[in-house]
Design a protein around this ligand. Sequence first.
Ligand code: C5J
Length: 222
Amino acid sequence: MTKIAAEPFAFELEPSALALVIIDMQRDFIEPGGFGESLGNDVSRLRAIVPTVLRLLLSFRARGLPVIHTMECHRPDLSDCPPAKRDRGAPRLRIGDPGPMGRVLISGEPGAAILPELAPLPGEIVIEKPGKGAFYATPLQEELTRIGARQLVFAGVTTEVCVQTTMREANDRGYECLLAEDATASYFPQFETATLEMIRAQGAIIGWTATTEQILAGLRDD
Ligand code: C5J
């Protein structure tokens, strides 16, 4: 069995059960002028991982391995957006308001789209999710069962919110989770570091972390 050099210990790779899950690489979180920036965040930290995420994506595609893309967004009538999510903190822009790239985090609006350079190809699984975790109120579990995935490599944004929440949900469902540590980012560097540490603490209590190079080296050796 091929092993990926990972932390806190080697990740035993089962290529036939492997899938890449790319979390929320959406224009509204990452592009200047989008929702994320309007909340006062520095989006350049998120933008910086795009080439690394692309490298992972192209490698999985080249090996014919499954890719799943998630998008945090809501129905235009907001029927899947709890008021507690929309109203909390009285932000200047709320979900569903007209924003710099259309209605904020609404399915089908320009800002909710995945960055063009990472756009899903026909046949790749795309999960629109109303929560931070990608399993809540989505068909993700059924899709993973359908494709036979049991090991998930994670990339995307933001590390401590949607990436970590989804990894915890996946871990509770019995998936082996490996986070590509240089293909994930937060607006807050200290949260990114803390999340990587808490995921791999206590003997991989949530999962493993490895660099993209380590993951791709493991795939090359398989
Ligand atoms: C946030 C996300 N941070 N994709 N969403 O609200 O992490």
